[in-house]
Each structure stands twice: as structure tokens, then as C-alpha cells.
Design a protein around this ligand. Structure first.
Ligand code: HXC
Length: 510
């Protein structure tokens, strides 16, 4: 017995030692933690239980039979975050570059299968040179097994990817399918083909950072949701996000005690909207004012800034917020913002998270770039997402709600449950100026007539009354009452039941 215990301990020690001191030092020198150190930061103290520490690869080619490390380059198991179960895998770059072997993939699939069965989230810490080159097709098969599980888990348990080193080739598609991608500035990158291949195929000169670094993916491609300066901040933020999410689609997110009075009024909101309708204001001021303790966990803050998305709590319960941002492109919907918000709405819908939509939208962004880029199809994604969504939907129109964008932004007609407007709301087919230029084209040479017509149009439509008379708005509320009214509405809608027609799945315009 003693002998076997000592042998097992040696194997555990070898697993903990990964690729050895030099490689661990090299990892630290790059500003990176090891796979195990990351788990210590991410999980509750002492909560991690490792599985499959004795697993080794089965490859014999290229001298691999003499190159075995127990655990085979990925640490897997389960632990807790804020006391809640989570399944986890953490790739160990010090062992063969964290590359994915047949056995390594099997370990990852095992935790994913358990997560699905038990209804617990999965977090993957990615730091890998990709498919284990010494193995070949077994490794590719392993990737596909993971992708398949990512897809089946989508909408069933939350999946979070943290990219903390290389993530290249087809390997990027596992994080891509998951719900949220975190990256670390300067040390992580993701691309389908690296700079050398790019150079030889397209003759473009680029590097890891420019091609697929954290800045690129959080500002240009929109692949990454959140980016931080270092690994500690990144993992701390993963913990914060985790707290907003449910364990699975079978449960609602945990409701916290709320010490922020739900009927708290804030008079500053009464002067948030500028007198000049063309002047911007910061929609984040409204978000921060109405949510519990002013805490808004924004997703993709540096991408498609014309729409805000993120989580917050109201009355202690998790909500998803979607808001047009007048500070960027006047809050217009374009391709990027439509896709950004559509995916978020679908996440909230899949995981029983009510959506609060704050509307100030002058319409869809015009132009050939948008039309040729497919705004018709991409804008339809947001429309589709809101229309199929069955969780509680509360809408507050603060100012403009024009044209098709009015319909899209969780309008009554897309089964918005409770739709409020501020007295400053303007709900119409288009803004007064544009409308008058079309209806009164014959008077275009008379400044006086055009001005009269514009005033008339503004009086008639640039307010919430007409929409409220039709019942498209449930009430016109004072801005300072917004928190109280939204909190009360959320409470009212707790038991909401709404089912879509039975079908295999819809055909969202992808
Ligand atoms: C086996 C690998 C490996 C891999 C790295 N290593 N990638 N071993 N298979 N894919 C090993 C290295 O041999 C080295 O071993 C150690 O990991 C660290 O690698 P370095 O090159 O020293 O590190 P660094 O300079 O930081 O460069 C990291 C890297 C580079 C950019 C990731 O290692 C690299 O280009 N690797 C190959 C990437 C690749 O082509 N992968 C296959 C992609 S195809 P020693 O013993 O020296 O420490 C793919 C298809 C997936 O992934 C398809 C899914 C559908």
C-alpha cells in the first residue's frame, strides 16, 4: 500500500511539475500564470477537485513514448465560484505547448459531459499550440468531439472561454461557439491562420498582435467580449460575470439580497435629455442610475459602441440591458451593433434572464457600406432575436424611436411585455425634418412653410402621446420614476409564461 501511495504521489508531483521548471519560468517570464495557478485564482479556495491526473497520451511516434507527463497537458475537474459548481479545463502550455492530443481531448469532453448532465457551467482556460502535431488525425477528431459538445451545450449551460495564450487554427472554433470570450492584453491571440500563412497567401505583413490580439478582437472583429491588462484581472472578471449567470437553462440566476431601494427616485434623470434633439447624452448614465447600486457589467464595451449590452441587477435579480447609445453614430443601428445585440438577446432568452431595453434610435445607418455589407440580413438578426424571445421584456423609450428601428427595439408588436416612454419620446416613422422634406416637397423653396410644416409634424408625432393613445406604449413615465417602474414590472413578470410554436429550430438569417 505504502509503495503504491508513494508512486501515485510521484505521478501527481510530476503532473504538478508540468513541463518542468524551465518551461514554468518561461511561462512566468511572459507574464503568464501556469494552468494550475490560474485555477487557484479563478476558483473558490480549496474547491478544485482534479480528475484524470494520471491520464497519459498513447502516441509512440517521434519519440513520444519517452515524452509523457501525467495529465497530458490539460488540467480538468470541477470546483466552485461563489459556492456554485463549475466544470473546468485549463490547458498547460508547459506540456507540449498545451497541444491537444486524443487523450487530452477525452479529458475535456469528460468534464463537458458531466456539466451537461448536472446542469453546471463550463469554463475553458485556453493556452495551446493547437493540434498535437505528433498525433495528427486523432487530435483533429478530438477537436471535433469538443465542438460537438460545445454546440449541444449551447443554450443549456453557460460556456465561458478565457484565451490566455495562443489559440490558432480550427482550435478557435471551440471558444467561438461558447457564450463569452475573455482575452488578456499582450499575451493572447486567436486566428484561423497565422501571420506566416497570411504573408505567403495574401502577401500582407502582419504579426500575432495585429492579426489576432486582444485589442483586435475586442475592437475590430468583435470576437472577444472582454479584455484585461493581466491574467489576475481577467480571472476576477470571469468570477464577476459568473455571478450574474444561472447554472443552466433549467434555473434562473441566483437572486441576491437588494439593499438599494427599488422605489429609489433620481431627479437627475429629468434633465438627462438635452433640449436640442440632435445633441447626444450618455445612455450609460441612465443605466448606472436605474440598476442596483449602479453596477453595470458591460459586455463588448469597446466594440459597436452605438449599442450597449450587459448585465446588471434590479431588485437583486439578474437582468440583461440593451440600450442605444446616442454618443456613438447618434445611436443608429448598423451591422455590428445589430449582431452584437442579437446574440446577447438570445443568450438572455436561453437562460431565463429578463431584458430591459432602453431606446433612443434614429433608425438604421444609411449608406452603401451598410447595404452592401448586408444590413438587411444583419439587422434582421436583432429583429428575429427580440421576436422569438419569451423572457420578460421591458422597454423604455427615452427619446427617438424612429422607423424600422422602433419596431426592432423590443416594441409592443414584438411581444414587449411592458413598454414605457418618457415625455421626451418621439415615436414616428422618421424625424420631423426628413418627413417634411418628403411630404411637402413642393414647398421646399419656402423656408417659412417648411418651418411651419416641421413644427406641425413635431407637435403631432415627436411625442409619445400618439403611440400611447394606440396602446403601443403602456404608460408615459417621469424619468425619475424609471427604476421604480421597471423594478415593479420585473416583479410583475416573474411568473411570465409564453411559448413559441413547436419546431425543430427556426432559421435565423445568419
Ligand atoms: C506539439 C507543440 C505544439 C503542437 C507547440 N508545441 N505547439 N507540440 N504540437 N501543436 C511545443 C513546442 O514544440 C515547444 O516544445 C513548446 O510547445 C513551446 O513551444 P514554443 O514554440 O517554444 O513556444 P512559443 O515560442 O511561445 O510559440 C508558441 C506557438 C508555436 C506560436 C504556439 O509553438 C507554434 O507555432 N506551434 C505550432 C502551432 C501549430 O501549427 N499548431 C497546429 C495548428 S493546426 P519544447 O519541448 O521545445 O518546450 C491545428 C488544427 C486544429 O491546430 C484543427 C481543429 C479543427
Amino acid at each position: 500500500m505504502k509503495e503504491i501511495i508513494s508512486k501515485l504521489q510521484k505521478m501527481r508531483d510530476a503532473a504538478h511539475n508540468g513541463g518542468g521548471k524551465n518551461r514554468i519560468d518561461a511561462q512566468h517570464d511572459k507574464g503568464k500564470l501556469t494552468a494550475r495557478e490560474r485555477l487557484v485564482v479563478l476558483l473558490d479556495d480549496e474547491s478544485f477537485e482534479e480528475w484524470d491526473v494520471f491520464v497519459e497520451h498513447r502516441s509512440n511516434d517521434f519519440g513520444m513514448s519517452d515524452n509523457k507527463v501525467p495529465g497530458d497537458g490539460v488540467v480538468t475537474g470541477h470546483g466552485t465560484i461563489s459556492g456554485r459548481k463549475v466544470f473546468i479545463f485549463s490547458q498547460d502550455f508547459t506540456v507540449l505547448g498545451g497541444s491537444l492530443s486524443e487523450t487530452n481531448a477525452k479529458k475535456i469532453c469528460k468534464v463537458m459531459d458531466h456539466a451537461m448532465r448536472l446542469g453546471a457551467p463550463i469554463i475553458g482556460l485556453n493556452d495551446s499550440g493547437g493540434a498535437r502535431i505528433q498525433e495528427g488525425i486523432e487530435s483533429l477528431a478530438g477537436y471535433a468531439e469538443i465542438f460537438q459538445r460545445n454546440v449541444l451545450a449551447s443554450g443549456v449551460v453557460p460556456q465561458i472561454s478565457v484565451v490566455m495564450g495562443p489559440c490558432a487554427g480550427g482550435a478557435v472554433y471551440s471558444p467561438a461557439i461558447t457564450d463569452f470570450i475573455f482575452m488578456v492584453l499582450g499575451t493572447s491571440y486567436m486566428y484561423v491562420t497565422g501571420p506566416e500563412v497570411v504573408k505567403s497567401v495574401t502577401h500582407e505583413a502582419t504579426d500575432h498582435e495585429q492579426l489576432g490580439g486582444a485589442v483586435t478582437h475586442s475592437t475590430i472583429s468583435g470576437v472577444a467580449d472582454l479584455v484585461y491588462e493581466n491574467e489576475i484581472e481577467t480571472l476576477a472578471s470571469v468570477r464577476r460575470l459568473f455571478d450574474y449567470l444561472p447554472d443552466s437553462n433549467r434555473e434562473k440566476p441566483r437572486r441576491l439580497e437588494c439593499n438599494d431601494p427599488q422605489d429609489r427616485k433620481d431627479e437627475s434623470l429629468d434633465s438627462l435629455i438635452p433640449n436640442n434633439p440632435n445633441k447626444p447624452y450618455n445612455m450609460k448614465d441612465l443605466v448606472n442610475t436605474i440598476v442596483d447600486d449602479g453596477e453595470f457589467f458591460e459586455i463588448q464595451p469597446n466594440y459597436a459602441g452605438n449599442i450597449l449590452i450587459g448585465f446588471a441587477r434590479m431588485g437583486g435579480a439578474t437582468i440583461g440591458i440593451v440600450g442605444n447609445q446616442p454618443m456613438v453614430l447618434a445611436g443608429c443601428l448598423d451591422i455590428q451593433s445589430s449582431v452584437k445585440a442579437a446574440r446577447f438577446v438570445r443568450f438572455c432568452d436561453a437562460f431565463q434572464i429578463p431584458i430591459v431595453t432602453l431606446v433612443d434610435v434614429p433608425g438604421f445607418l444609411p449608406g452603401t457600406a451598410q447595404e452592401h455589407g448586408g444590413i438587411i440580413k444583419h439587422g434582421a438578426k436583432l429583429l428575429y432575436a427580440y421576436a422569438e424571445c419569451t423572457v420578460p421584456k421591458i422597454t423604455v423609450i427615452t427619446r427617438k424611436a424612429y422607423g424600422g428601428a422602433y419596431d426592432v427595439m423590443s416594441s409592443k408588436h414584438l411581444r414587449g411585455d411592458i413598454n414605457f416612454a418618457w415625455p421626451s419620446a418621439e415615436i414616428a416613422v422618421m424625424g420631423p425634418k426628413g418627413a417634411v422634406e418628403i411630404i411637402f416637397r413642393d414647398d421646399r423653396d419656402s423656408e417659412e412653410l417648411i418651418s411651419q410644416h416641421t413644427d406641425m409634424y413635431r407637435d403631432k408625432f415627436a411625442n409619445p402621446i400618439y403611440a400611447a393613445q394606440k396602446g403601443f406604449i403602456d404608460d408615459i413615465i417621469a424619468p425619475h420614476d424609471t427604476r421604480a417602474r421597471v423594478c415593479r414590472s420585473l416583479e410583475l413578470l416573474v411568473g411570465k409564461q409564453l411559448n413559441n410554436p413547436k419546431k425543430k429550430h427556426g432559421n435565423i438569417p445568419l
